[in-house]
Design a protein around this ligand. Structure first.
Ligand SMILES: Nc1ncnc2c1ncn2[C@@H]1O[C@H](COP(=O)(O)OP(=O)(O)OP(=O)(O)O)[C@@H](O)[C@H]1O
Length: 281
């Protein structure tokens, strides 16, 4: 799809109250909807009025350069960081006005997960299930299933503090899945994960969507987003600069090329560090 004018919201923001009257109740609310989400840190607008609609049943990739505001936006949208302005809803439930309902529908893998890492992996996933109200036996059964599917069975009794970075990511994903949410929000779920596990997670996410779920994930790996996701949004400097079905956003190019074009990557040599050349010593 075409790139909105710089600073423009996607989809175009409409004042329903003034122009359209109150929005009619929908029987099929989007899986996630952001309206005017904004956050400023120390005078820096990390997220600047972002509107986004995530259709139910989509596998939605969120991409953008380092510091673009992806984690900040996802944190606001999942109830981890209060927005300065704007709203976020999950399947029609406002995340900040009705947090218990919205959070019950969501499974979240935040960036830099802070886990109860003095528990074993099995205990942690079971505990996450209990926090979501699952009976003890069911939580334990699902924890066993998730450890198996994510290749963590052998490490199930090991303390999470002793897990590698990739194992920690996978146990965080297991915690996000244990209550069978309708929407998964995953901040860089493939970071530090080995290729075999990565393939397993791709399959798991596809099956989750085939079973009626929706996934929102952030990633820096364009090939992964291009092959896995149905939709993509590009954030740059806190603003949404493109969004839509992957084929529309990439517009005949690879997503990588389109991304570089959209965010305005510099071309050619950096020309900046001549002292790095071996020949200079
Ligand atoms: N707690 C904070 N205090 C101050 N500034 C922050 C804080 N969190 C984020 N920022 C700033 O907000 C901006 C957006 O950061 P954010 O982590 O959301 O970006 P990102 O797109 O997730 O980046 P990356 O791809 O590197 O993970 C950056 O300029 C960052 O320095």
């Amino acid at each position: 799809m075409s790139r909105p004018a710089p600073g423009a919201a996607y989809p175009p923001r409409m004042d329903h109250h003034e122009e359209q009257g109150p929005r009619p109740p929908s029987t099929h609310p989007p899986a996630m909807e952001w309206r005017g989400l904004s956050k400023t840190f120390d005078g820096h607008r990390a997220v600047a009025g972002v509107d986004l609609v995530v259709p139910a049943g989509s596998l939605f990739g969120l991409v953008g350069p380092n510091g673009a505001g992806k984690t900040t936006a996802l944190s606001m949208a999942t109830g981890l960081l209060r927005p300065d302005e704007g709203t976020a809803s999950v399947l029609g439930h406002d995340v900040w006005a009705d947090p218990a309902r919205a959070k019950g529908l969501m499974g979240v893998l935040p960036d830099g997960v802070r886990l109860f890492d003095r528990l074993s992996g099995r205990e942690l996933v079971t505990y996450a299930g209990r926090l979501h109200g699952l009976p003890r036996e069911l939580a334990a059964e699902r924890a066993a299933d998730l450890l198996r599917v994510l290749g963590l069975e052998a490490a199930g009794e090991k303390l999470v503090v002793d897990y590698s970075a990739g194992m920690t990511k996978k146990i965080g994903l297991a915690c996000a899945l244990v209550h069978a949410p309708r929407l998964l929000v995953l901040d860089e779920p493939f970071e530090a994960v080995d290729p075999v596990s990565g393939q397993g997670i791709r399959t798991l996410l596809r099956e989750f969507v085939a079973g009626g779920g929706t996934v929102v994930l952030s990633s820096h790996v364009m090939e992964l987003v291009e092959t896995l996701c149905t939709h993509v949004a590009v954030l740059a400097a806190g603003r949404l600069v493109a969004a839509g079905p992957v084929d529309e956003v990439r517009a005949g190019s690879s997503l990588q090329d389109r991304f570089l074009h959209i965010v305005g990557a510099p071309e050619g040599s950096t020309g900046g560090l001549p002292w790095l050349a071996s020949s200079s010593v």
